[in-house]
Design a protein around this ligand. Structure first.
Ligand code: 5AD
Ligand code: SF4
Length: 456
């Protein structure tokens, strides 16, 4: 092949992908990267080398959405520099900002060539072709039955081996309509992926050497589908099925809603050793008044009782949660109720945010929005408490022997990094085992964000 032919070959095209927000975006970015590989794009980590820049965006809070526009300012300059040397650069916006803002993005940032929402990724190659022809493309309309189109298609493409852990989307969208949240609007209504597809993808991942799979969904425990036995399965039954796949040693799922934690799922936590003893179960607030205004459809006591039942089934389970401070109308007493709930539950890990009014959600229209300085102060107090709990959970592991799944070489020579059942990185000497092994590790010391261990 001549040099010219190489330069002209589609394999020479490069794509730069940046991902914001949740794990589902991480998963979608990998899928888009795989799909683009079939279209001749190879990934690059240098924006300046990219023929296509794809920002996979998040709309959950204002800060996340605004990041995209500041990033676009920088990318526009790089695009202009490339154009000056006769090289084209297409800019694509994917993810939830794309779905929420659509054509408005191109109005605000005319350098953008393509806007594509999460439900239409299967149309990406076609949309790109048109964008390369000079058209500005906005792809955000979809039919409900399209929703998982992009998944089976890309699942048929070879899985590029990325490591011993993987995400697997089983459910998308949300019908809960919490009054602060954009997800029901950006990701649409709840759709579950069929059992056979999920099992086939999990088997393929296991064959590629994956030892741990995290099932993803905006409301993952609302997943349901018809099992091969003709019965209606929930997430609990699905987890039992996935645990049978040879090689898959660890299962996780995220994110769950308290209303959808059914008995079968709690039984899975009790009876499935492969299901890791870690549960991300957001509560958002500890005040019944605020929970009601948020349309969470449960009380603080319902939540605490639920956790008691889960802990009775699986005593070593570590809890994780999400919290919002400063929701409209939140009084000092409401906030204190959140602090009390945190003390009662004890979290091993948590994420907490200042309420951010999102256009189009009921919360944004509510009176009694809370002043920024009040939100700041509450967030600080809550985070201090959560950090303290996180720290004491880690310290409680010192001296204990735990299982660590070895994932990757450490940052320092001679070290290897594993993961605890509770998601903490575990630093070991590299002689402890090889990547993909599950080893017994005795925790000797707690680091800033990790545990230091010796082979037991
Ligand atoms: N403001 C602040 N936090 C929010 N979250 C969702 N919407 C908002 C908002 N408008 C948080 C919730 C959710 C997590 C993913 O993000 O805690 O569980
Ligand atoms: Fe948003 Fe509530 Fe749905 Fe979670 S359950 S995605 S917070 S609307």
């Amino acid at each position: 092949m001549s040099d010219e032919a190489v330069a002209a070959s589609p394999a020479a095209k490069k794509v730069f992908v940046r991902t914001y927000g949740c794990q589902m975006n991480v998963y979608d970015s990998q899928r888009m990267t795989d799909a683009l590989a079939a279209d001749g794009y190879s990934p690059t980590s240098e924006i300046g080398d990219a023929d296509l820049v794809l920002l996979n965006t998040c709309h959950i809070r204002e800060k996340a959405a605004e990041k995209v526009y500041s990033e676009l300012g920088r990318i526009r300059e790089i695009k202009a520099e490339r154009a000056a040397t006769g090289r084209e650069m297409l800019i694509g916006i994917a993810g939830c900002v794309a779905q929420a803002e659509g054509r408005e993005i191109i109005r605000r940032a005319p350098a953008v060539d393509l806007v594509i929402g999460p439900q239409t990724y299967h149309r990406l190659p076609e949309a790109l072709k048109r964008a390369r022809g000079g058209e500005k493309i906005v792809e955000t309309d979809y039919a409900l039955e399209d929703k998982f189109e992009h998944l089976p298609n890309t699942a048929r493409t070879e899985i590029i081996k990325r490591g011993v852990t993987a995400f697997l989307t089983v459910q998308e969208g949300c019908d809960k309509f919490c009054t602060f949240c954009v997800v029901p609007y950006t990701r649409g209504s709840e759709v579950s992926r069929p059992v056979a597809q999920i099992v086939a993808e999990a088997e393929r991942l296991a064959e590629a050497g994956v030892r741990e799979v995290t099932l993803l969904g905006q409301n993952v425990n609302a997943w349901h589908g018809e099992g091969p036995d003709g019965q209606e399965w929930g997430l609990g039954r699905l987890l039992f099925r996935l645990a049978e796949i040879p090689g898959l040693a660890r299962l996780r799922y995220t994110t769950s809603h308290p209303r959808d934690m059914d008995d079968a799922l709690i039984i899975a936590h009790r009876d499935l050793p492969a299901l890791m003893p870690y549960l991300h179960l957001p509560v958002q607030s500890g005040s019944d008044r605020i929970l009601k205004a948020m349309n969470r459809r449960h009380t603080a006591a319902d939540y605490v009782r639920l956790i008691d039942r889960i802990r009775a089934a699986r005593p070593d389970i570590a809890m994780s949660g999400d919290f919002i401070v400063g929701f409209p109308g939140e009084t000092d007493a409401d906030f204190e109720a959140t602090m009390q709930l945190v003390r009662d539950v004890r979290y091993a890990q948590a994420f907490s945010f200042k309420y951010s009014p999102r256009p189009g959600t009921p919360g944004a229209e509510m009176k009694a929005q809370i002043a920024e300085d009040v939100k700041d102060e509450r967030l600080q107090r809550l985070q201090a408490l959560l950090m303290e709990q996180q720290g004491s959970f880690a310290v409680s592991l010192v001296g204990r022997t735990i299982d660590a799944l070895i994932e990757k070489p450490g940052r320092q020579a001679g070290q290897i990094v594993g993961r605890s059942p509770w998601l903490q990185p575990v630093i070991l000497d590299e002689t402890a085992g090889k990547i993909g092994d599950i080893v017994k590790a005795r925790i000797i010391r707690v680091g800033k964000a990790s545990l230091f261990a010796q082979p037991a």
